[in-house]
Design a protein around this ligand. Structure first.
Ligand SMILES: Nc1ncnc2c1ncn2[C@@H]1O[C@H](COP(=O)(O)OP(=O)(O)OP(=O)(O)O)[C@@H](O)[C@H]1O
Length: 260
């Protein structure tokens, strides 16, 4: 059974031109789906539809085969977690206090966090190898560490589908790679991911599938190793690339630079 399914989604803001047309896909346990597409192709809009923040003009989103429109925000949060880009909280919370906020999805609004909630938060931090940050102040840790803390908060939420809008943006090269590795490892334990990205190589590195959007329509859908090819990249970004096959079986996408 699909954890998350989009069925023939169409969307337009107010009465404007269509932004998304006939978008369908399903996301299974352990699957990573990378959304690729140029600026304005509809990636963020699709993410908002998947989170129930916008309603499709046609078609529907299903979580565990239940229509999303029939679910409360809390019930959606128990299944699907949105991991925002690294942001700055105004208050100097400890990392553990940021992570335990994920338990809100499982509680009545006014009940305080219990020792069991804190245990959930510690387990999530531990699974990402950042338990040592527990007592640090969130605003004083690095961007890469903050992004991992936000993933830990999503784990604490109890969701098994994570949706991330350009998760590596703002991270340095090392933290980008470490974050992609964390996504890859969590997918191996059964979590499913949707990430939008501006980097075709990132879709290749995490593996899984690609959904390529161009002017609101899917132009290619399939496994990353096949989806990312010179033709798709040319259609999406009007850039010529060549694919290089590495000895370990991986591929990299190299632009044909006009400078030498
Ligand atoms: N609130 C809004 N009202 C009207 N039009 C909008 C609104 N938000 C986005 N759009 C338009 O919808 C289209 C798709 O935008 P969207 O943000 O989904 O694209 P995107 O692929 O996420 O872009 P980017 O890569 O630049 O973040 C764009 O033409 C954009 O101008």
């Amino acid at each position: 059974m699909a954890l998350l399914r989009a069925d023939n989604l169409h969307f337009a803001y107010q009465s404007q031109k269509p932004i998304l047309q006939s978008v369908s896909f399903s996301l299974e346990e352990g699957q990573i789906l990378s959304l690729l597409g140029p600026n304005g192709s509809g990636k963020s809009t699709l993410i908002k539809l998947l989170l129930g923040l916008l309603e499709p003009t046609e078609g529907g989103v299903f979580i565990d085969e239940q229509p999303l429109i029939n679910l409360s925000h809390q019930n959606i949060a128990r299944k699907v977690a949105y991991v925002p880009q690294v942001h700055h909280l105004s208050f100097a919370y400890r990392v553990i206090d940021v992570v335990v906020m994920g338990r809100m999805a499982q509680k009545n609004f006014f009940s305080p966090y219990s020792p069991a909630d804190y245990a959930f938060a510690e387990t999530a931090l531990d699974s990402l190898g950042i338990l040592h940050l527990s007592d640090k102040i969130y605003t004083r840790i690095s961007g890469g560490e903050r992004q991992l803390v936000l993933i830990a908060r999503a784990l604490t939420q109890g969701a098994n589908v994570f949706i991330m809008d350009e998760p590596v943006s703002g991270l340095d090269y090392g933290n980008q790679i470490r974050l992609l590795e964390s996504i890859h490892q969590l997918a191996h334990t059964g979590y499913a991911f949707i990430q939008s990205t501006h980097f075709p190589d990132h879709a290749l590195w995490v593996g899984g599938d690609v959904l390529a959007l161009h002017q609101g329509k899917i132009i290619y859908q399939g496994i990353a190793q096949q989806a990312i090819n010179p033709k798709t990249i040319k259609t999406l970004y009007n850039i010529d690339v060549e694919m290089h096959h590495l000895e370990n079986g991986n591929q990299v996408c190299m632009p044909r630079l006009a400078i030498h």
